[in-house]
Design a protein. Structure first.
Lengths: 238, 548
């Protein structure tokens, strides 16, 4: 396996064979904003925040699923990309009812920190104020669709890490919702193992542990890292 | 099946011809206006007149002038009858015995028919789509036999490459190149998919091809499978096309019975099967990666490319995906040679294109024209112009992914590059004509609503961006928008076009962008009054504002 040398934002860095642009950039300490990416779970390139420019390519590509090739010249932070990212986060805020002040994840929320780091200080589009339900039927956890960004991280940990296949999408477009089983109340799910990985994977306060009050829901990503490392490298992180 | 049997079927079929042939259109358009009942009435009338031994009544595919259906053709003398009703059957059969009829006559020599050039639709309206013998009588499956017994897979690919055939699904990717890529990808298992998930509003080309000549598509698929080395094919057809599905099922069953599908086709070592997969009503499943996910039984959502289907497609195997019309072009190319096909059309766009001509024209229906024909000939000569004598304003091609071409560009030749240059696309073949009564902002809003409803919801720009663009267009139409809103709309178009995951999102802004390009004034006219005043100060001083 030959190492690849390529350029990101004028800086030459190396990548291993088959490594993605996002991975290599993170190894080199270059931050590319992400939302649907979660270390340890397969990438789907859905949130479009990690889009980067590659010299010689006239379309933008998601860094999370683009493999590094030798001599690739990547720009991660052009004015245009920054503008697009701000607009994408703006669109996310218009889509559901994200009220940080009453959210369990206030202060620990990836959407909130994305908005801050990307300089999205206000939303120029009309809020859609959809009527979304809260499903509190599970014994330990709840899901508040008002705060869901449909990144699909919960679905992917449920299918590919836990292997339970409880969570999935229903509907399409803006009517998409995360459902348990075939749209059963979560508490009635026959497949849910109550492992809580979906809750820990969720970037916002959409999935939460019951009992958490405003700003109290801190997600523990360590659990996922522990399982993935144990599986892939046969190492047990203490 | 061997060549001798094929020839025998053809000869038997030709020998069984009767003196006169009455063809009744049994494609979806005429069926919806009682075409089936008309055919049954004609059957009875022929029997009552005691002409059974001399006259054949044949249900056929599309006779093209859909707006005048149900259509009946009597040959000889080659007369086309329009808007035929049950009561007309007797007098129509009477014409064969020298009688007269009051049924409205169509003119098969009119521009609508005369300017057409039939390659894909060559059998449409002639063969009985439910009888394989009828297709064989028109040299059906002879191309396949030649390919399997005379040509190597590489020669087939080279033939298609030299023909210059490009994908008829809309993007116009060179078909030969696609076949070559799949052929060269090494894998013990490969798939062929026929994309029949036609979803553009107003488009019905693929439906008509499948309803009129399903064997043609099957033959094209088998040839493709041989060329790239696949042994399993799928036809992904939308559930909204029940007649096309039924005829495909019949056609596949007949092909299997005749040893044209299955193992040892034409006594060669080649084996291939086709299954039908029925779409569940999502427009996005016409996108190839979403289509494959749907065939695999997963949620029909696109995924980023690369890897392209040619490398890792259905079930992770190399997969060739072509549109219905692309496959339908294959048998004639093999039969007549690549040079013949390459001699038709323009330098970069070869052959013909089938369009579903609809909207504000006198003659609506299915047309097949050579590439490079000026748009004006289609709209004004073949279509006959706007029905009420109104001025034609624009032509929309490419459905929700395309754009509107204004009337002063009607002399543009219809080929991939020229249409792209005008901010539209060839698309799969929907062509909607608009006259001066149509508001272009409303057209843009219609298509945006369509994209918003059909967005799968996977990527944010398409899912939330189309909602915001639709909101802004609604606001403009309600005369509540400002110049700032128009700017926001343009920014969103730019975002959604460049950041969406799949073709649906990337092209969703096209109807807005193209109407903004050619009909910007219509947007400006709809902006709220106060902004108009701000942007263009009136000559007279504004009336004193109400002191509030």
């Amino acid at each position: 396996m030959a190492a690849k040398v390529f350029t990101i934002d004028g800086q030459q860095i190396t990548a291993t064979e088959g490594q993605t642009v996002l991975d290599a950039a993170q190894d080199a300490g270059i931050a590319i904003p992400t939302l649907c990416h979660l270390d340890g779970v397969m990438d789907v390139g859905a949130c479009r925040l990690c889009l980067v420019e590659i010299a010689g390519l006239n379309k933008l590509v998601p860094a999370c699923v683009t493999k590094v090739t030798d001599g690739m010249v990547v720009t991660t932070n052009s004015e245009r990309l920054q503008r697009y990212r701000r607009m994408i986060v703006e669109l996310l805020f218009t889509e559901r009812n994200h009220i940080c002040a009453v959210c369990v994840s206030n202060g620990h929320c990836e959407l909130q920190s994305l908005a801050m780091t990307l300089g999205m200080d206000h939303v120029r589009y009309d809020y859609t104020f959809p009527k979304c339900a809260v499903d509190p039927t599970h014994r330990l956890f709840g899901i508040d669709h008002n705060r869901c960004v449909l990144c699909g991280r919960c679905v992917r940990v449920c299918w590919y890490i836990e292997g339970a296949g409880t969570k999935n999408f229903s509907g399409r477009g803006t009517q998409s919702r995360i459902v348990s089983d075939l749209n059963a109340p979560w508490g009635n799910s026959r497949t849910c193992t109550s492992c809580g990985k979906c809750v820990q994977a969720c970037p916002t306060g959409a999935l939460f542990s019951k009992g958490a009050a405003v700003a109290e829901m801190e997600k523990d990503r360590g659990k996922l890292e522990y399982i993935v490392t144990a599986r892939e490298k046969k190492q047990w992180i203490v | 099946m061997v060549l001798a049997e094929l020839v025998e079927i053809k000869e038997r079929e030709l020998a069984a011809r009767k003196k006169a042939l009455i063809t009744c259109c049994l494609a979806a358009g005429c069926m919806s206006s009682d075409g089936k009942l008309v055919k049954e009435a004609l059957d009875r009338a022929v029997k009552d007149a005691g002409l059974e031994s001399e006259v054949e009544v044949r249900g056929v595919g599309c006779l093209r002038l859909c707006c005048e259906g149900p259509l009946v053709m009597i040959d000889p003398p080659g007369a086309l009858y329009q808007k035929v009703t049950l009561a007309d059957a007797e007098s129509l059969v009477g014409t064969l015995k020298g009688g007269t009829t009051s049924v409205q006559r169509g003119d098969p020599a009119s521009a609508f028919f005369a300017k057409q050039m039939s390659i894909v639709l060559a059998n449409s309206g002639i063969v009985d789509p439910e009888r394989i013998e009828s297709y064989i009588a028109r040299d059906g499956y002879f191309a396949l036999r030649n390919v399997l017994r005379e040509l190597s897979p590489a020669e087939v690919v080279s033939e298609i490459t030299r023909s210059g055939l490009r994908g008829r699904g809309g993007a116009g990717y060179p078909t030969g190149l696609k076949w070559a890529t799949v052929a060269k990808t090494e894998s013990p298992k490969k798939f062929i998919i026929c994309n029949a998930d036609e979803g553009d509003p107003g488009a019905f080309m693929d439906r008509s091809v499948l309803e009129s000549d399903p064997h043609r598509v099957i033959e094209g698929m088998i040839i493709a499978a041989y060329a790239v080395g696949a042994d399993q094919g799928y036809i992904y057809v939308r559930a909204e096309y029940p007649l096309a599905i039924a005829r495909l099922q019949v056609a596949i069953r007949q092909a299997k019975q005749h040893g044209i599908l299955g193992s040892g086709i034409f006594e060669s070592p080649f084996h291939f099967n086709i299954d039908i997969r029925i779409g569940a009503g999502a427009f996005v499943c016409g996108e190839e990666t979403a289509l494959m996910a749907s065939v695999e039984g997963r949620r029909g959502q696109p995924r980023p490319r690369p890897p392209f289907p040619a490398e890792s497609g259905l079930f992770g195997k190399p997969t060739l995906i072509n549109n219905v019309e692309t496959f339908a072009n294959v048998p004639p190319i093999i039969l007549n040679g690549a040079e013949w096909f390459a001699g038709i059309g323009t330098e970069k766009s070869k052959g013909t294109k089938v369009f579903a001509l609809a909207g504000k024209v006198k003659n609506t229906g299915l047309i097949e024209v050579p590439m490079g024909i000026p748009l004006r000939e289609i709209v004004e000569h073949m279509g006959g112009g706007a029905p009420s004598g109104a001025r034609i304003k624009a032509v929309q091609t490419g459905g929700p992914s395309g754009g509107c071409i204004p009337a002063d560009h009607l002399d543009t030749p219809v080929d991939y590059e020229s249409l792209t240059k005008l901010g539209s696309i060839m698309g799969s073949g929907g062509m909607i004509v608009m006259d001066e009564k149509d508001n272009m902002v409303d057209v843009a809003r219609f298509f945006m609503e369509f994209c918003m409803d059909e967005s799968c919801g996977k990527c944010i720009p398409c899912r939330a961006g189309t909602v915001q663009m639709h909101n802004l267009l609604e606001k403009i139409i309600a005369r509540k928008a400002t110049a700032r809103d128009l700017q926001k709309l343009e920014e969103l178009c730019d975002l959604v076009k460049h950041t969406s995951l799949c073709g649906l999102g990337m092209t969703a802004p096209n109807p807005v962008l193209s109407t903004l390009r050619f009909f910007r004034q219509e947007y400006l006219d709809l902006l709220a009054v106060e902004t108009q005043r701000k942007t263009s100060p009136p000559a007279a001083p504004p009336a004193p504002a109400n002191p509030a």
